[in-house]
Write a protein that binds this ligand. Structure first.
Ligand SMILES: Cc1cc2nc3c(=O)[nH]c(=O)nc-3n(C[C@H](O)[C@H](O)[C@H](O)COP(=O)(O)OP(=O)(O)OC[C@H]3O[C@@H](n4cnc5c(N)ncnc54)[C@H](O)[C@@H]3O)c2cc1C
Ligand SMILES: *[C@@H]1O[C@H](CO)[C@@H](O)[C@H](O)[C@H]1NC(C)=O
Ligand SMILES: *[C@@H]1O[C@H](CO)[C@@H](O)[C@H](O)[C@H]1NC(C)=O
Length: 652
């Protein structure tokens, strides 16, 4: 009985999803042999918008995506499932990375993962005998829409300096922030954003008490006896002002805009589907894993002519559903260009497998060198993130009935499903759980812009490991302030081939802190900023006690823990347990004078023709506070550049 009721909720979801155009599966087998103007590899933040724009301009475009389409999967559409979706085995790639090459040091992190047997993991110390050390889980989405379809939905636009520095570096003024502004307009043509409805939050007063305390700690005057009016005002403030000239340097307390439409995740996937539905010449082929870029090497410069691929589900060995190495092989040609958008790890891997990269590394794996480009897979940057987690005696009532498991007792899902059109009525699941944030400039910031964002929410978030999605919400008694250090200085990360097998995930080393970039004390400056973030988080937690008027119980700190007080102790905690999830910069744009630059300012891979990269790997420096906005804008810019070039060529 209850199950039939539940299936009717699922039917509602299906109907809801049907309201957006569905994926034309029949199209995926058509047109295989014919030539396309453009072939794009990867349908995420970089590849998706570009494919749409090229097709909208009339160019025959093929979008190849290794993953499937999560059509109708509530794991994707429900913002409150932002952690659950990263664990969905049909959508995820388990990538394991090293924060430190020295495995003894790496194992200081309680999130360190061992493999017990294929895709069975042990997390933390005391692994069973024979378990093999893997490293730290780095979640990636493999599906139509890429990692955008399983990210935390947070939408924060880049800082002006992120783009101005590319303009200065390359001498290409089209990258200046003022020129890039029009691409943000283009993004907003297809991307809806809205914050968590404040009325949802204000119904849980002890939760509001923490958020009020955060604002107080951020230096905002909050009346002790009537704090809620002020909090309501603050939750109206967007961090994405496009009119304030001082926005990038503005500290304070803000709402968190999310990439959703009335509480349903809506972003790149929906843009792709609506572009196809509108009849533009966009062909999407899911479950198609590209193994190699093809080149014509007879001319003076190698020219990318197409790609080779394998068809099949879960072919990449990072997929927990990987069963076979044999997909149906195929190839396709691009009349104009091939564009790689596989993301920070997969793009350098595919370039290297195809003969573009550091010659010694390629030779070690017997790969014929098409073009020696030593910078491919270097310069990797990420943010550092660190939490302060506390546990209360009471449950946060906002999570009453939220079980995060799609089962009939998940009343929060029921509420979300039954109220599709009114954000405030959808309840807790119309939020990613992180409804407000502090923006702060640490005294170790590299510029005058803010470099810390500190998010608060009723969950136990300590970073990523197998099962993190369950751990974070297992009880409803935890609250976390969690910090993200923007504009980090470490560029010592690398992505290297593990083997010449395209289905093997690469070897990924982040080389954190003192094992990475140390010039000018870079590692110590980043660490110093994070220590300040932890202290600020604790101030916010202490200020909770100033607002007893809102009710709620006392808490105890679990992480870093009451013993961790000195700068040194906090610093060690950060070095051991910090993580990141915005990996970028492995195929950096740069001037010809820099031999480590991989791309020119128009996304072209140096030294070859007909090949570009458009995804998180293109940036010389990690942009912004959150990264998808900068990638979307770069994708729109790439489309503009390609379309202008194609039109000019056609006129000749
Ligand atoms: C858990 C999590 C939460 C996040 N939260 C946020 C957030 O709240 N806000 C924010 O701004 N950013 C967030 N991010 C980061 C952001 O989503 C990513 O940085 C962004 O999606 C990267 O874009 P991309 O185009 O480089 O790669 P992706 O979006 O990962 O897309 C790459 C696609 O290429 C496909 N692909 C790769 N190799 C091949 C191949 N050989 N053949 C065919 N297809 C291939 C993959 O299957 C994938 O679909 C989050 C990331 C994660 C993992
Ligand atoms: C959603 O993800 C969970 C894992 O987090 C998985 O168990 C479940 O099967 C997924 N649901 C669907 C509909 O795919
Ligand atoms: C390869 O490039 C050469 C020279 O640019 C050209 O003449 C030839 O037709 C190309 N071959 C193919 C198969 O496209």
């Amino acid at each position: 009985m209850r199950f039939s009721l539940f299936s009717s909720w699922l039917a509602v979801t299906a109907a809801l999803v049907a309201a957006v155009p569905t994926f034309p599966h029949t199209q995926s087998t058509r047109d295989v042999e014919s030539k396309y103007d453009y072939v794009i590899v990867g349908s995420g933040a970089g590849g998706g918008p570009l494919a749409c724009r090229l097709a909208m301009a009339g160019y025959k475009t093929l979008l190849l995506e290794a993953g499937g389409d999560a059509n109708g999967n509530v794991n994707v559409s429900v913002p409150g499932y932002q952690a659950v979706v990263t664990a969905d085995p049909t959508l995820r790639w388990d990538i394991f990375v090293n924060h430190y090459k020295d495995q003894n040091r790496a194992k200081r992190d309680p999130k360190y993962v061992y493999e017990i047997s294929s895709y069975q993991y042990h997390v933390g110390p005391n692994p069973p005998p024979g378990a093999k050390g893997l490293g730290i889980l780095y979640p990636r989405g493999s599906m139509l829409g890429g990692s955008v379809n399983h990210n935390a939905l947070i939408w924060i636009i880049p800082h002006k300096r992120d783009f101005d520095t590319i303009a200065i570096l390359t001498g290409d003024d089209s990258w200046s922030a003022s020129s890039m502004n029009k691409y943000l307009d283009k993004v907003y043509e297809w991307l809806p954003t809205m914050p968590t409805d404040p009325t949802i939050l204000l119904r849980d007063l002890p939760l509001a008490r923490h958020l009020v305390a955060g604002a107080n700690a951020a230096g905002i005057d909050i009346p002790l006896l009537t704090p809620l009016a002020k909090l309501s005002q603050l939750l109206l403030l967007s961090p994405n002002s496009r009119v304030s000239p001082t926005r990038d340097a503005t500290e304070g307390y803000f709402q968190v805009p999310l990439t959703m439409k009335f509480g349903t995740r809506t972003a790149v996937r929906e843009f792709i589907l609506s572009t196809v539905a509108a009849g533009h010449p966009l062909t999407v082929r899911t479950n198609t894993f590209v193994t190699k870029i093809s080149f014509n090497t007879t001319g003076p410069k190698p020219r990318a002519t197409g790609v080779e691929y394998m068809e099949g589900e879960y072919l990449y060995k990072a997929s927990p559903l990987h069963r076979t190495n044999f997909g149906k092989k195929g190839s396709v040609q691009a009349k104009r260009e091939v564009i790689i958008a596989g993301g920070t790890f997969n793009t350098p891997q595919l370039l290297k497998l195809s003969g573009i990269g550091p010659a010694p590394e390629l030779q070690r794996f017997g790969i014929p060198v098409i073009k020696h480009l030593p910078g491919v897979g270097t310069n990797m940057m990420d943010r550092y993130e660190i939490p302060v987690n506390v546990k209360h005696e009471h449950d946060f009532s906002i999570l009453d009935g939220c079980h995060f498991d799609l089962k009939p007792h998940d009343l929060c899902l029921k509420q979300w499903l039954e109220n599709p059109y009114v954000l405030a009525a959808r309840g807790a699941y119309a939020s990613n759980g992180l409804a407000s944030m502090m923006l702060k400039r640490s005294s170790f910031a590299s510029t005058s812009d803010v470099d810390l964002s500190i998010f608060g929410g009723p969950l136990n978030f300590q970073g990523y490991f197998p099962g993190w999605h369950d751990f974070a919400v297992r009880d409803h008694k935890h609250f976390s302030w969690y910090s993200l250090k923007a504009h980090t200085r470490n560029r010592a990360g690398t992505v290297e081939l593990r083997s010449s097998d395209p289905l093997d995930p690469p070897v990924i080393n982040f080389n954190y802190f003192d094992t990475g970039t140390t010039e000018g004390g870079a590692d110590k400056l980043d660490l110093g900023a994070l220590v300040q973030a932890v202290r600020r988080s604790r101030e916010a937690l202490a200020d909770y006690y100033k607002f007893p008027v809102l009710g709620g119980t006392s808490y105890t700190e679990e992480k870093p823990g009451p013993d961790v007080q000195s700068d040194e102790a906090i610093g060690q905690f950060i070095k051991d347990e910090a993580w990141g999830h915005h990996a970028a910069c492995t195929c950096p744009i740069g001037p010809d004078s820099n031999p480590m630059a991989v791309l020119d300012s128009e996304f072209r891979v140096k030294g070859v023709d007909g090949l570009r990269v458009v995804d998180a790997s293109i940036f010389p420096d990690i942009p912004g506070i959150f990264i998808q906005s900068a990638i979307f804008m770069a994708s729109e810019k790439a489309a503009d550049a390609l379309i202008r070039e194609a039109r000019a060529a056609d006129e000749d």
